[in-house]
Design a protein around this ligand. Structure first.
Ligand code: MN
Length: 759
């Protein structure tokens, strides 16, 4: 704005100013209630100072509604308060429009309020200046938007609050293009961000406001129906609440609060559209009773009583405590019918099933404010919410690599679904791909921590290094200077960064070991698919990727396999570029030979009358014969031999293949066969303690290994031997090492683990 407007006359807009002053007083009270690292005097003086500075800076400016401008920053602050923000965030939200709309600059703010506040305000200003359009050509500005937000997570908090207050105060009958743009931007950018950060309250409020602006007719229709149901529900809830309290009091189970939540108009709208429903009352989860208690044990106790007392609806029970949602939401959900029969025919008709949500106070807080729950108030006075949110930065990096047209797909799929947050013991946030492990976490920390990781603690519990991290985990890495990275880590780490660093480190030190490991893996693969392994001269690798390899280069290939940077299957593909050509040639010959011969082959082998599907070299529908020498039956491991007269299917171990050239053999499997799987036979010697077999089972289960056979024999002296066969659904040549590592970790009484067979 160019000219400074005329300041308000004394008494002008008196009511607005009284309301704003009241709001500030209320804010100071609320903040003093939760903020423990500042005195109430300090809290009051800092909030007042920022408020007065903003009020004076905006003096004379009006909002579209005709109110003084200060109503907006104070209103935005009110939206933010549920997140229990720190003082810097509070000051920032009060000042967020000052540099853009008044003659005071960022440097003025920096001088008065310090660097942090100035930095956040500058970030918010940058974000606000970028205009969003649902068009490809403006995606560059979205990129800038994320970059500005990624500098400090508090920029996002302020921006969300700013947007929410603006959305609430947009007048809906004024349907301008600009408003539509703002609503779409909110629905497509800000609401998903709030959701991703677990700030449920804001996400829901933002969505509803957008819904109200974009589809006012539908929004108000739903609201009207909800309002009509409201008074009945309030009576119902207050009575139910009394009854529930009494029910649990009698049983000595503490209940902290019984409340209810009404499904938001936008969620109702989405669900009605999805289920093709006409009326709001057709949904039976519009309304849920929420029971808040103290401990997790109380939650399950309460659930038990509810299920005993009322009839639970099948398949409606959800345990989000044991299995939290992606954004770390935790709660027990169940739906019961016949809750308080006296309401069914009285003044209030409540025949509908009722959803019950049971959670602890902590869970409740996290459900409402998500990541902001990590504002913690330390003695030093600084809040420890990280000033950088890595996922936003990663988004930024990703944006640099992504074509604009792919942007939204990526943003939705990769960024919002496939990431988890984990925290350092100091509360710093790390973003990692889903299924990351403590080792990935260690490598996301910038320091020498990486290569000396020994033990990981997740939420104070020691876990194996291949443990799968969950959203919100607090991870602590214990290091030892003498410890080096283990090659086994490569088989479970998710992040490229971790892989690269581990590989580099291992390659430097362990060439000989890697050659042996690579040879072992290559042999296991070859024997499995082709029935024979490498010879001493590695002659199979002589001609690879179109080059003739020296002995050292052949060993380099084994090193690559050994450190998992190359898969055996890719080596096979590199061996002979004519493989595909050979399959095609065989196809042609076979089809020329006609189906007669194929049919003949089938009958001569006595195969079932239905034609079995066999996948040959990854290709479907290639004609084949069953070899007469071994006549493989379904379920057997098989290979395809490409000969002059077409493709013959042999059993993988068929002796007639031993003389064949490896280049003529290609992998094959029956279609129904889980051909990627791998089985493992091991012998474990251990002291026979109570529960040890159960621990063994748990360890296998946690690695998704299915135990197919288990024999134990007593060795005397309290020792026993355990012979175990297990099956994994994926081909993984490090399976044994990982299993051994995990078993040694979780079962200290194990003396020895020996690999008998893998393949
Ligand atoms: Mn604003």
């Amino acid at each position: 704005m160019s000219d400074r407007p005329i300041p308000f006359a004394p008494g002008e807009h008196r009511r607005s100013f009284i309301a704003v002053e009241k709001e500030i007083a209320r804010t100071i009270k609320t903040v003093s209630g939760y903020m423990t690292n500042h005195t109430p005097e300090e809290i009051e003086s800092r909030i007042r100072k920022a408020y007065e500075y903003s009020r004076d800076a905006h003096d004379g400016y009006l909002r579209k509604s005709g109110e003084p401008y200060i109503v907006h920053p104070v209103g935005a602050l009110a939206e933010l308060l549920s997140l229990k923000p720190d003082l810097v965030t509070i000051e920032s939200v009060l000042l967020h429009d000052v540099p853009e709309d008044t003659d005071r600059t960022i440097s003025d703010i920096e001088e008065e309020f310090g660097h942090e506040v100035a930095h956040i305000v500058a970030g918010v200003e940058k974000v606000s200046r970028l205009k969003y359009r649902w068009e490809e050509r403006s995606i560059g500005s979205l990129r800038k938007m994320f970059i500005a937000m990624s500098e400090d997570i508090r920029v996002i908090f302020v921006k969300l609050a700013d947007r929410l207050h603006n959305m609430r105060t947009l007048t809906y009958h004024e349907q301008s293009e600009k408003q539509k743009r703002i609503a779409e931007e909110t629905l497509n950018i800000y609401a998903p961000i709030a959701d991703r950060l677990g700030i449920f309250g804001m996400k829901e409020a933002l969505e509803n406001e957008c819904f109200r602006h974009l589809q006012p007719d539908k929004y108000y229709a739903i609201r009207r129906e909800l309002d009509a149901m409201r008074s009945n529900q309030e009576i119902f809830v207050s009575r139910v609440s009394q009854k529930i309290r009494k029910l649990f009091e009698e049983r000595g189970i503490p209940v902290r609060d019984v409340s209810y939540r009404v499904k938001s108009p936008y969620s109702i709208y989405k669900k009605m559209a999805r289920k093709n429903l006409e009326r709001v009352s057709d949904l039976y989860d519009i309304f849920a009773i929420r029971i808040i208690t103290h401990t997790v044990a109380d939650c399950y106790d309460i659930l038990g009583v509810m299920h005993n007392r009322f009839v639970p609806l099948p398949k409606r029970f959800k345990d989000y405590i044991a299995l939290p949602k992606e954004n770390n939401y935790q709660s027990l959900h169940t739906t019961v019918v016949g809750i308080f029969r006296e309401f069914e025919k009285g003044e209030i008709d409540r025949r509908q099933p009722t959803e019950i949500q049971i959670r602890t106070v902590d869970m409740h807080e996290r459900a409402e404010i998500g990541i902001a729950a990590h504002f913690t108030y330390s003695e030093e006075g600084a809040s420890s919410v990280s000033t950088e949110v890595q996922w936003v930065r990663e988004l930024k990096n990703m944006l640099d690599e992504t074509k604009d047209s792919e942007f939204f797909t990526h943003m939705k799929i990769n960024v919002f679904d496939d990431r988890i947050f984990a925290f350092t013991p100091k509360g710093e946030i790390k973003t990692l791909p889903k299924w990351s492990t403590p080792v990935d976490f260690a490598y996301s920390i910038h320091s020498e921590v990486w290569n000396h990781t020994v033990i990981a603690r997740v939420n104070d519990k020691v876990v194996p290094l291949d443990h799968e991290l969950k959203n919100g985990d607090r991870v602590e890495i214990v290091t030892d200077k003498n410890k080096r990275p283990s090659i086994i880590w490569l088989s479970f780490v998710r992040t490229t960064r971790a892989k690269e660093v581990i590989k580099a480190c291992i390659n430097r030190e362990k060439r000989e070991e890697l050659i042996e490991k690579g040879r072992f893996i290559m042999n296991a693969y070859l024997e499995r698919h082709f029935g024979k392994g490498l010879d001493k001269d590695l002659s199979l690798l002589r001609n690879l990727d179109g080059h003739i390899l020296s002995t050292r280069e052949k060993e380099d290939v084994l090193v690559q396999i050994g450190n998992l940077s190359r898969k055996p299957s890719s080596v096979i593909r590199g061996l002979d570029p004519s493989h595909t050509a050979m399959i095609q040639a065989a196809t042609k010959q076979a089809s020329e030979a006609g189906t007669r011969r194929a049919a003949e082959a089938l009958t001569t082998t006595g195969s079932p009358t239905t034609l079995q599907k066999i996948i040959i070299g990854g290709e479907r529908d290639l004609p084949y014969f069953f070899a007469k020498c071994c006549r493989p039956a379904e379920g057997k491991k098989i290979v395809a031999h490409v000969g002059r007269h077409g493709i013959k299917i042999h059993e993988a171990k068929c002796p007639s293949l031993r003389r064949s050239n490896n280049d003529r053999i290609i992998p094959a499997h029956f279609e129904n066969d889980a051909s990627d799987g791998m089985s493992l036979e091991i012998v474990i010697t251990l002291r026979n303690n109570l529960g040890v077999l159960r621990q063994l089972g748990d360890a296998c289960y946690s690695m998704k290994l299915n135990i197919t056979d288990l024999h134990t024999s007593n060795l005397g002296g309290g020792r026993m031997e355990c012979r175990l066969t297990a099956y994994a659904e994926t081909e993984d040549y490090y399976l044994f090492d990982r299993l051994a590592e995990r078993l040694k970790f979780s079962i200290p009484v194990i003396e020895e683990i020996e690999l008998i067979h893998m393949g």
